[in-house]
Write a protein that binds this ligand. Structure first.
Ligand code: NAD
Ligand code: DAU
Length: 342
């Protein structure tokens, strides 16, 4: 692993991963390949571009464009592909699934074909706990569980996982997959619940909690996720999938209360609104397989939420311009007419 192509590296988790890898592995060079959709931002990598000028490069491109992908692989003598590139927001997938099928499914296929064509490059797929669907009772999803996705986003990610596994079985492509939980931390586009709620609260706007807010999520600090991906890249068994989460869960209401407490803002900002269609009630994964490789989380949920809140408080330069751009129209479309239920 010397020259890594990080697709989707200008997004939230991708940019944190790039920063982490360049700091921790001095022998590694990173090329970010990113289309720069609304979610991809060069500001996320500004410090990286300055600090690691000799070991970092950026190429703008679409993972659905086979010629451009192959040109990047050739030019930078890539030996490893880590695919973060995706449409990633569940609500947008409900409003308009098309881009999700294009990027998350077809784009993954293009990358797999390119990896095969270049002599079976090492390939790592970033997947999600959403592929398991919502979990009943006190079960924690295992890597061997059947996939049961329930939103267009989750279905597109599950399709990609099947393709990645198929390329391993059929063509012996050296693949691994990690399935992450709900990540939070710096540079997350403020459409996702934690940065949305922090930035709304900082503007004294209501926090739109879907339904009763008793849905369970595993809010994981993004650096813990990056550490897990790095470990699997180096020590993971080829052909295998690894869950990456804290293995713990909390309700959305608990998350909101910690967030408001850290901000010193009143609970009266909470507004229950009409639920998300097909909303998954609970995700929670068993992460023993990753722990057996030597991984453990550095952050509890509460620490992850408080740390994230502080980053947004201290970095309005990053999110204020976003909230006044494309985001405004998206917010109006998703929340403008939404029924308030409490
Ligand atoms: P994000 O939306 O912040 O970033 C996605 C990035 O992909 C952006 O930089 C965007 O420009 C780029 N991109 C989109 N379409 C592209 C295309 N066709 N070609 C090239 N680049 C393209 O997403 P994120 O939250 O950082 O998620 C990254 C990955 O991790 C995704 O695969 C997502 O499914 C997965 N994941 C996310 C979470 C989470 O909590 N956010 C949890 C588990 C897994
Ligand atoms: O679980 C991993 C997944 O986490 C990733 O694969 C996705 O890319 C990522 O977007 C995230 O999906 P979620 O749908 O769980 O995240 P989101 O931040 O959109 O919502 C988290 C919870 O908060 C969920 O139960 C819905 C709820 N919610 C969300 C929003 C945006 C609200 O109550 N109100 C909101 O306005």
């Amino acid at each position: 692993m010397k020259n890594i192509l990080v697709t989707g590296g200008a997004g939230f988790i991708g940019s944190n991963f790039v920063r982490y890898m360049l700091h921790v592995h001095p022998e590694v060079n990173v090329v970010v390949y990113d289309k720069l959709t609304y979610a991809g931002r060069l500001e996320n990598l500004q410090d990286v571009a300055e600090q690691f000028a000799g070991r970092y490069a950026f190429a703008q491109g679409d993972i659905c464009d086979a010629q451009a992908v192959e040109a990047a692989l050739r030019e930078h003598e890539i030996d490893t592909i880590v695919n973060f590139a995706a449409e990633s927001h569940v609500d947008r997938s409900i409003m308009n699934p098309d881009a999700f099928i294009q990027t998350d499914v077809y784009g993954t296929y293009v990358l797999l074909e390119a990896a095969r064509k270049f002599g079976n490059l090492r390939y790592h797929q970033i997947s999600t706990d959403e592929v398991y669907g919502h979990i009943h009772g006190d079960h924690r999803s295992l890597e061997t569980d059947n996939l049961a996705p329930r939103s267009p986003y989750a279905a597109s990610k599950a399709s990609a996982d099947h393709l990645v596994n198929a390329y391993h079985i059929t063509y012996e492509l050296p693949i691994t997959i990690t399935r992450g939980a709900n990540n939070i931390g710096p540079y997350q586009y403020p459409e996702k619940v934690v940065p949305l709620f922090v930035t709304n609260a900082l503007n004294d706007l209501p926090l739109p909690v879907y339904g009763d807010g008793q849905q369970m999520r595993d809010y994981q600090y993004v650096i813990d996720h990056c550490k897990g991906i790095d470990l699997v890249l180096r020590e993971g068994e080829i052909g295998e999938t690894y869950n990456v989460g804290t293995g713990e869960e909390m309700t959305n209401m608990q998350m909101v209360e910690i967030l408001l407490d850290e901000l010193g803002k009143p609970r009266t900002l909470i507004q229950h609104v009409e639920d998300r269609m097909g909303h998954d009630r609970r995700y929670c994964m068993n992460v023993q397989k990753l722990m057996d490789l030597g991984w453990e989380a550095d952050y509890t949920h509460e620490e992850a939420i408080r740390e994230t809140v502080r980053w947004y408080v201290n970095n309005p330069w990053w999110w204020e311009p976003i909230r006044s751009g494309e985001f405004k129209e998206f917010y109006q479309r998703l929340y403008g007419e939404r029924k308030v239920i409490g």
